[in-house]
Design a protein around this ligand. Structure first.
Ligand SMILES: Cc1cc2nc3c(=O)[nH]c(=O)nc-3n(C[C@H](O)[C@H](O)[C@H](O)COP(=O)(O)OP(=O)(O)OC[C@H]3O[C@@H](n4cnc5c(N)ncnc54)[C@H](O)[C@@H]3O)c2cc1C
Length: 321
């Protein structure tokens, strides 16, 4: 039975969906599961990991971890891996995990597969699949001679089981080990607040340069609010300062894989496709029938988004009322 450590992230004292997916995948593999929570913000959700198969939750609730410092987080995560004897470490491909786990894997001299879309655990053997070259091909990754196998999975790729209510993980606190820190975090500036994290969203409505200006994004927010989604954007729009960079989807932005991705006024440059082509259903709205986005879309609407988007919103409102 493999010892699996699942790095859990939380929002409003609840486990993020990506973390739940990993706990469920680990449970399916019949491993011995420990959940890992770093920072005081994770403490409240730690027992909840038991509802998805974790027997215990390791928590370092040191105040110094209340905002992300790579060196401190690396020291704490490495300590937890040693303490738990983990052979497999799973984390969701969040911005934090993408920065943290390559450091931890390097520190422990182990292998890491990042941005994976498929995962297979059999005993303590792990196979993962990851897209390459902006999704043009994919590689199957296996680990050789790696005492700990690190896998970072894209959210929304793995099935989730119902929580087993009444079950709770045993919470074990551990202290932040001493770390030779060379940096301190002076200030954290909050990005878009109160919205569903793009990487976890099941429905995304994204706007590109075809939106003509920031004032028109309200139209996308209305559509997203009607169908329970969140708003994203192309880099052209983020670079123009119409929306914050935290909303950018693509190679240098966020990688998303929602059930539904609506692209309005986005041409479909390869760097944008790299971040959203894993979406299950893609709907493109573009007035140019030759726009490359149509080659990757499940449904394409050739038309003026200023007519199409409000009509779509109205139709959804009628259907969902
Ligand atoms: C190293 C590098 C990294 C990059 N990373 C990213 C990234 O992470 N994410 C990203 O998005 N881009 C990225 N880019 C930029 C990328 O190459 C494109 O420039 C960008 O995606 C274009 O954004 P867009 O589709 O919004 O704009 P455009 O390419 O200008 O497309 C606008 C589209 O809107 C349509 N349109 C205009 N008016 C209307 C209307 N009224 N109704 C309907 N449709 C309309 C047009 O037909 C057009 O297809 C990167 C580029 C480089 C070099």
């Amino acid at each position: 039975m493999a010892k699996i450590l699942v790095f859990c992230e939380t929002q409003n004292d609840q486990l993020k969906k990506g973390s739940v997916e990993l706990l469920c995948a680990a449970t399916k593999s019949q491993g011995e599961i420990t959940a890992l929570f770093l920072g005081p913000q994770g403490k409240a959700a730690a027992p909840l990991a038991g509802q998805f198969g974790a027997t215990s939750s390791l928590v370092c609730d040191d105040e110094k971890l209340s905002s992300y410092n790579p060196e401190l987080f690396c020291a704490a995560a490495s300590q937890a891996i040693r303490d738990s004897g983990a052979e497999i470490v799973l984390a969701s491909t969040s911005m934090l995990a993408r920065d943290l786990f390559p450091r931890v894997a390097a520190k422990l001299d182990c292998g890491l597969a990042s941005d994976c879309t498929q995962l297979e655990i059999s005993g303590n053997a792990v196979k993962a699949r990851r897209p390459l070259y902006s999704g043009k091909c994919s590689a199957e990754v296996e680990f050789i001679n790696s005492p700990v196998k690190f896998v970072l999975m894209r959210p929304n790729q793995l099935p989730v089981s119902d929580p087993q209510s009444g079950k709770s993980a045993e919470v074990k606190l551990f202290s932040l080990p001493p770390a030779d820190t060379k940096t301190t975090v002076e200030n954290v500036v909050q990005g878009a607040v109160g919205k569903i994290d793009l990487t976890e969203a099941d429905v995304i409505v994204s706007g590109g340069r075809g939106m003509k200006g920031p004032e028109h994004f309200k139209m996308l927010e209305d559509l997203a609010a009607t169908i329970g989604g969140t708003v994203g954007a192309s880099r052209a729009v983020a670079d123009a300062g119409w929306v914050p960079h935290s909303m950018q989807v693509g190679q240098t932005g966020k990688t998303v894989a929602p059930s539904l991705y609506i692209a309005a006024g986005i041409s479909g440059a390869i760097q944008h496709l790299a971040g959203m082509s894993g979406s299950k259903v893609i709907v493109a709205i573009n007035k140019d029938p030759e726009a490359p986005i149509f080659q990757r879309s499940t449904y394409g609407v050739v038309g003026d988004l200023f007519e199409v988007v409000p009509k779509l919103t109205e139709e959804f409102k009628n259907i969902l009322k």
